[in-house]
Design a protein around this ligand. Structure first.
Ligand code: ZN
Ligand code: ZN
Ligand code: ZN
Length: 144
């Protein structure tokens, strides 16, 4: 955790931002809840426990900043309630997401069979693909 935070501190500094205690608290919640895909309100509820003075607006702005700096990534869900997760920095491919339209559960998928599709796109459209994000919508095991 400390190593993560130190790296991120550097990253923020490079861009001219400070890792304030509040920013750090928000970041720690996102890192320790990896795989949970928390919403702004959920992050706020957890941060508040250790940081009772923090406001929802501060949490919101911190999330926007971390997203802009690519430290976290956003999952845009149809219910308008965005969810966030930490961007693992070790070059590992992002996982894909299954989103249940009934209970809003987000399930991570590690299978990636998109290399072929990327290849075809690069050849046929002359487009250099740097990354992709995939979300599947449907019903989870419990809801179907
Ligand atoms: Zn469901
Ligand atoms: Zn995820
Ligand atoms: Zn993929």
């Amino acid at each position: 955790m400390e190593k993560f935070i130190d790296n991120l501190k550097e990253k923020l500094k490079e861009k001219g931002y400070k890792l304030t205690p509040q920013r750090r608290a928000v970041l720690e919640v996102i890192i320790t809840n990896e795989g949970e895909h928390l919403s702004t309100e959920e992050i706020y509820d957890i941060v508040k426990k250790n940081c009772p003075d923090i406001g929802l607006a501060t949490v919101y702005r911190t999330i926007q900043l971390l997203d802009k700096l690519d430290i976290i990534s956003t999952l845009y869900l149809d219910d308008g309630c965005n969810r966030y997760e930490f961007n693992i920095q070790n070059g590992e491919h992002h996982h894909h997401h299954l989103i249940c339209e009934s209970c809003s559960k987000v399930i991570e998928v590690k299978i990636d069979l998109l290399e072929k599709l990327e290849e075809e796109i690069q050849v046929n459209y002359g487009f250099e693909i740097l990354d992709h994000k995939v979300q599947f919508y449907g019903k989870c095991e419990n809801c179907k």
